[in-house]
Write a protein that binds this ligand. Structure first.
Ligand SMILES: Cc1cc2nc3c(=O)[nH]c(=O)nc-3n(C[C@H](O)[C@H](O)[C@H](O)COP(=O)(O)OP(=O)(O)OC[C@H]3O[C@@H](n4cnc5c(N)ncnc54)[C@H](O)[C@@H]3O)c2cc1C
Ligand SMILES: *[C@@H]1O[C@H](CO)[C@@H](O)[C@H](O)[C@H]1NC(C)=O
Ligand SMILES: *[C@@H]1O[C@H](CO)[C@@H](O)[C@H](O)[C@H]1NC(C)=O
Ligand SMILES: *[C@@H]1O[C@H](CO)[C@@H](O)[C@H](O)[C@H]1NC(C)=O
Length: 632
């Protein structure tokens, strides 16, 4: 570590070392150079003052306890501590984010590290058949910032109809007109043209910007869209259908996680305590009064309790929140009884209604020019220094995700602006990194990778990932045991609904059509038509073949949601009411992606942040009113 001497006094690089050890094994040359450059040029980033303080001694009681410092939790903490009469404790199972997790191009490197819960689904015959043991890898942030610290930073709100449907399902206050102000409240849109229209805003905590770097393919995709008759749109604005360059939760070319956006600026608030490496093991609920009065948590192997005077807020994300509810006695009665967990509230919907977006991996086109994102060509000392000094260049690229398209297949309603397929258009594909990172992150089998991709290692190419926006298949989460440290069991049930199969199959065909436009042919685009193992019994490119194909290299887009769904009291599967209060107990809310009754038609980070804003506002309104009534 040659550059250690530039560190400010008192700053250690332990966190960096741990992160880099994992990484150095994959690209041994790259990381030392990278770290040295970062340390040299951006040592200001190492200033521990920029992150919230990790409180060692906690109070016995706080007004509010928030469990999980992820996309939603950090927003809630920020907004509740605006009232300086209230004390707030944030308990987060992971540790700090680092300078490396900030680097957009590196996000895949952190899958399966200590920043990840390291979850895998149960084996299944319906999808992820090209993955080891037929299990999908379900990456999830276990770090301050949660999944917003590991994600690919795409800022996508979804469709206005999604929220109107939530409202129509019996959730007043959640229509598009109701939630738009909460999207805008968070936002600091850095694109001056977008900032002017009524869908965007400036001055919020969350920075949203355009990519500082594009390959020629990024604009090529837009031209392909125009050639196919689509509009170029602001997909977060008036019309979602069309093609667009992505908007990102980035600040000056680096990741803007919700920890950076919502916690760092308020680190001086005296009414905020943050406790890291603290895993909540259950919510304490008085069985007589049915009131949540605190939580039990583990820190450094020590079990402790801390009490909440007003409310406990669960923001552990759609995989961990249902686990915590069940460990606390809220869930399907039979399941809890089987595991010997005393039932406080029989709530059959806990862990059910699990939705995710999936895409069909492996659709790629080779090109004739050195214009794509080939790892060992792009990651040079020059680009490292460009990133470290100016926040520019290819290292600011979110793993080559440049352009997005939303379309409606023949199974949707084309006169309606409510697309059923989204495309991630990338200046890279699985073999662009020589099989060193993405293949490992996704657990592709060696056989599949060797056969389909290895001939293309480090070649120039682009990728088209069609993803299904409103899946009808539903998975679920169950406890493996009553031990909170054991991973829950995850059943994805992908592609079990026939409508999902045919929609995604049409998406594949439309994706290939994008690659075959004149706009893309200019780059010498050639579809990599290699038949995939497992589907050789079908005639190539028939519907039967494509159905088989999408079940092999099935890509999660990591949008797990819906496992503690919001709904009216008449819906027995609803877990929380439209105020996000858990049915059957008091003093307990869920505020995270679990509450989505139906997943939005786009990536889920922005809507989850919106849920955090709206949830916090409802808590504030509620408790402020009551305090006024009591005259306190
Ligand atoms: C690899 C990846 C890429 C993605 N890419 C995008 C993208 O580009 N754009 C987009 O919009 N969305 C993306 N997503 C999805 C998006 O990031 C998530 O939907 C969103 O972050 C979910 O927010 P959340 O608050 O529900 O949960 P999380 O952000 O996951 O937060 C949950 C937090 O709670 C903590 N926690 C959990 N259990 C406990 C416990 N028992 N005790 C204490 N703490 C606990 C966790 O450690 C975590 O910090 C991606 C996700 C992943 C994983
Ligand atoms: C805090 O409490 C004081 C005294 O009760 C009250 O005057 C003030 O309005 C409260 N502040 C907020 C933000 O509610
Ligand atoms: C399609 O959408 C349009 C516009 O919203 C609507 O008027 C029409 O009824 C829809 N058609 C079908 C078949 O649902
Ligand atoms: C306010 O709190 C009360 C008591 O917990 C609850 O019944 C009510 O639904 C809450 N309202 C909102 C908007 O949170």
């Amino acid at each position: 570590m040659a550059a250690v001497h530039v560190l400010p006094e008192g700053v250690t690089i332990t966190s960096l070392k741990t992160a880099s050890t994992v990484l150095i094994s994959t690209t041994s040359f790259f990381f030392p150079t990278f770290l040295a450059a970062l340390l040299y040029f951006r040592y200001d980033l190492y200033d521990p003052e920029t992150q919230v303080f990790d409180q060692q001694t906690l109070l016995p009681e706080y007004d509010f306890i928030v469990v999980g410092g992820g996309s939603a939790g950090n927003v809630v903490v920020n907004r509740l501590t605006e009232n300086n009469n209230w004390t707030v404790l944030l308990l987060e199972a992971g540790g700090y984010e680092t300078e490396l997790t900030d680097v957009p191009i590196l996000s895949f490197f952190f899958h399966k590290t200590r920043f990840d819960w390291n979850y895998r689904t149960q084996p299944s015959q319906t999808a992820c058949l090209a993955m080891k043991d037929k299990r999908c890898v379900w990456t999830r942030g276990k770090v301050l910032g949660g999944s917003s610290t590991l994600n690919t930073m795409l800022y996508v709100r979804g469709n206005r109809r999604d929220f109107d449907q939530w409202a129509a399902d019996g959730n007043p206050g959640w229509s598009y007109e109701d939630v738009l102000p909460y999207f805008k409240k968070s936002m600091d849109q850095r694109n001056p043209y977008l900032a002017k229209n009524k869908y965007h805003a400036t001055g919020g905590y969350l920075t949203v910007q355009d990519a500082p770097w594009h390959s020629p393919l990024g604009v090529g995709f837009l031209q392909a869209g125009e050639e196919m008759g689509y509009d170029i749109v602001d997909y977060n604005g008036e019309q979602q259908t069309g093609f667009s360059l992505y908007q990102y939760t980035m600040r000056r070319g680096t990741r803007c996680s919700t920890a950076k956006a919502f916690l760092s600026p308020i680190k001086a608030r005296k009414n905020l305590h943050v406790s890291l490496n603290s895993q909540v093991t259950r919510v304490l609920i008085n069985p007589q009064s049915r009131r949540a009065y605190g939580v039990e948590y583990l820190r450094n192997g020590v079990k402790s309790r801390v009490h909440a005077k007003k409310e406990v807020v669960l923001s552990g994300g759609a995989l961990n929140t249902p686990q915590l509810l069940m460990l606390s006695g809220i869930g399907p009665r039979d399941h809890l009884t089987d595991l010997g967990i005393p039932v406080i509230q029989d709530s059959p919907g806990v862990g059910q209604n699990l939705q995710d977006h999936i895409g069909a991996g492996g659709i790629l086109f080779t090109v004739d020019y050195p214009i794509s994102f080939v790892t060992n060509r792009i990651m040079t000392s020059a680009s490292i220094i460009n990133y470290a000094t100016q926040g520019k260049g290819p290292l600011t690229s979110s793993t080559g995700l440049e352009t997005v398209a939303f379309i409606t297949t023949k199974y949707g309603n084309i006169t309606d602006d409510w697309p059923d397929i989204g495309f991630m258009l990338t200046s890279t594909s699985t073999p662009s990194d020589g099989g060193k990172v993405v293949r490992i992150a996704q657990d592709l089998t060696d056989e599949f990778y060797e056969e389909v991709f290895s001939e293309l290692n480090y070649k120039d190419m682009f990728g088209i990932l069609p993803m299904i926006l409103r899946p009808k298949s539903r998975g679920f989460v169950k406890l493996r045991s009553a031990n909170p440290l054991e991973h829950p069991l995850f059943y994805h049930n992908y592609l079990t609904h026939p409508d999902d199969v045919r929609t995604l199959r049409e998406g594949v065909k439309a994706g290939i059509a994008i690659g075959e436009t004149e706009a893309m042919k200019r780059f010498g685009a050639k579809f990599h038509a290699k038949p995939v193992p497992g589907c050789r019994q079908f005639e190539l490119f028939t519907d039967e073949y494509w159905e088989c194909f999408i079940r092999q290299y099935t890509c999660t887009i990591y949008h797990y949601s819906g496992t503690a769904k919001m709904g009216p009291s008449s819906d027995p599967m609803a877990v929380v009411d439209p105020s996000l209060l858990v049915y059957g107990v008091t003093g307990l809310r869920v505020i995270d992606a679990s509450i989505m009754p139906r997943v939005t038609s786009g990536n889920t980070n922005a809507p989850t942040i919106m849920i955090g804003e709206k949830g916090a506002d409802m808590i504030k309104a509620n408790w402020t009113d009551r305090e006024l009534e009591r005259g306190t």
